[in-house]
Design a protein around this ligand. Sequence first.
Ligand SMILES: [Zn+2]
Length: 71
Amino acid sequence: MAITLRNLLKDRSLLSVKKGQSCFDCDVLLQETITGKHSTGRGLVCSGCYYDELGKSIENFPIVSMRVRRG
Ligand SMILES: [Zn+2]
């Protein structure tokens, strides 16, 4: 069955009633195939929160390239 936005929203509203593992940050119900599910030091988080945090970490500790050649 194809996942449409309508079905996804319907599923999420139904599932939010059930008890399950939810994102530590935004409290969305975690489903590995839909929201993603990442284990962090603080707990389980969804993909959105996980990559947000990953981005912030990279900004705080940038990966420095050795040399950039131009021309
Ligand atoms: Zn989240």
